[in-house]
Design a protein around this ligand. Structure first.
Ligand code: NAD
Length: 457
């Protein structure tokens, strides 16, 4: 995007053909949209039952429009049309869940004769929701559903490369919601910065990289605007000696390459006992044979392209460096298709050193390193030193796995599963994976502030 650009151009990452264009929101339009959201707040905050009814209706409408949204999501993002449909489905479930979340005023027990005290939980005002490109529909919904349920109004800023599909979903929701309640602004980082800096914005909810999250927190500090940060992850899978190796390798392979590995809580590396590495790699590779690469819209495709050139270059470089450092490609390593897009086929690498960038950084792509270990204490010590704390999984008998899981600092820890997310459960990170929670009832609390009203009669 050049400095003078007035529109965003969406490109299909499989074919590199243009999908469509979206006007960039200029400063005046951004100001108007935030002011409209502020004006709509006065009424929207007043009636929870009405909000719940409208969110439930949004859920139904989104499912009705799934056949229109899923192919566009696939074309613009790159994921398979089946996965795109599932993303719309879970987004509709997210709306339905938040249509049911309720909370009450509290009486704290300090009341006395002639004095009443009540703790109220009140919405904040206009929420800025800034979202990335990997799950553009669901990650937006994970913010707007709780924020709207709590009585806030929302201005969404999607990633610039998925402007069409997010714009379409907002348009659909706005056929149900009252005017002004849900707004969208389109553009790159500068549009996000202008939104965060607007005086009417009372909360920023951000999902994206740790680097940008840091910049957003710094900017929000200027106006003491509260932030929720859902940031990067580098989830380890720790395989114990008594794990069901076939089940573990199969599940990890499916999860590692889901969305071409571009998922914050994908398993991004496995720690495997040295004597089991051969068997693990064999079972993992067998499952990889069931993951054909191709255009997300083509029948039978299980793994689409990476979303953009920068992501492809980054993951390719990490792979090359790992191989130069002694890593061995077991399966994959090629493009997997003749299509011109940003393809890298699912790739399994073994004999990788723990300190290699492919292991230590968030690779966010379809390359999965296996690190051999002798003592699980060494693995736990390594994890303790690392910056991310989003998710982790431990594989083995419950007796062996539970004590290991207890010692991992992460927002989600799974035993004998990975990436088992539910909209009814709180989700978020620790350490530099962020703070604040989405989902469950806690996710709504993130968009409320308590206020004490104390009355002397
Ligand atoms: P990104 O951080 O580059 O961008 C995310 C959004 O922020 C985009 O809309 C972008 O335009 C906007 N933005 C960029 N700079 C900004 C600024 N200075 N001020 C305001 N807005 C700004 O992330 P991405 O590359 O789109 O997504 C990939 C990253 O997201 C990965 O690190 C991944 O782990 C993370 N992620 C985290 C979660 C989670 O829930 N923890 C979920 C999905 C993705």
């Amino acid at each position: 995007m050049s400095a003078a650009a007035t529109e965003l151009i969406s490109v299909n990452p499989s074919t590199l053909e243009e999908v469509g264009r979206t006007p960039i929101t200029d400063a005046d339009a951004l100001h108007r949209r935030v002011e409209e959201a502020h004006a709509a707040f006065a009424d929207w905050r007043t009636d929870r039952a009405r909000r719940q009814g409208l969110l439930a209706a949004c859920s139904v409408e989104l499912m009705r429009k799934l056949p229109q949204i899923a192919p566009l999501l696939s074309q613009e993002q790159g994921k398979t049309v089946e996965d795109a449909g599932n993303e719309v489905w879970i987004s509709a479930r997210c709306l339905a869940h938040h249509a049911r979340v309720a909370w009450d005023d509290e009486t704290p027990g300090v009341e006395a004769a002639g004095r009443s005290v009540v703790i109220q939980h009140r919405p904040l005002g206009v929420v800025a929701a800034i979202v990335p490109w990997n799950f553009p529909v669901f990650l937006m919904m994970a913010k707007i559903a709780p924020a709207l349920a709590a009585g806030n109004t929302v201005v969404v800023k999607p990633a610039e490369s998925v402007a069409l599909v997010v714009g379409k979903v907002v348009e659909i929701l706005n056929t149900v919601l009252p005017g002004g309640v849900l707004q969208i602004v389109q553009g790159g980082p500068e549009v996000g910065q202008a939104l965060i800096g607007h005086r009417r914005v009372r909360k920023v909810s951000f999902t994206g990289s740790t680097k940008v999250g840091t910049a957003i927190m710094r900017q929000a500090a200027e106006t003491i605007t509260p932030v929720t940060l859902e940031l990067g992850g580098n989830d380890p899978a720790i395989v114990l000696a008594d794990a069901d190796l076939a089940a573990c390798a199969t599940t990890l392979a499916r999860n590692a390459f889901f969305n071409s590995g571009q998922m914050c809580i994908a398993p991004k590396r496995a720690y495997v006992p040295e004597h089991l590495v051969d068997a693990f790699c064999e079972a993992f590779s067998a499952e990889m044979a069931n993951l054909p690469v191709g255009d997300g819209l083509a029948p039978g495709t299980k793994v689409g392209p990476l979303h953009n050139r920068a992501q492809l270059d980054l993951v390719t470089e990490l792979l090359e460096k790992a191989v130069a450092g002694g890593g061995r490609v077991v399966t994959g390593g090629g493009r997997g298709t003749d299509l011109p897009g940003y393809f890298l086929e699912p790739t399994l690498v073994r004999d990788v050193d723990d300190a290699a960038d492919l292991v230590a950084l968030e690779q966010f792509g379809p390359v999965f390193p296996v690190v051999a270990y002798q003592d699980v204490e060494d693995v736990l010590a390594t994890l303790d030193e690392q910056e991310f704390g989003l998710g982790a999984s431990v594989w083995g008998s419950t007796e062996a796995a539970e004590p290991v899981a207890q010692r991992i600092e992460a927002g989600s820890v799974w035993i004998n599963q990975h990436n088992a997310l539910e909209v009814e459960l709180p989700f978020g990170g620790l350490k530099s994976s962020g703070f604040g929670r989405e989902g469950g009832e806690e996710g709504v609390q993130d968009f409320l502030a308590s206020r004490v009203v104390s009355t002397k009669r």
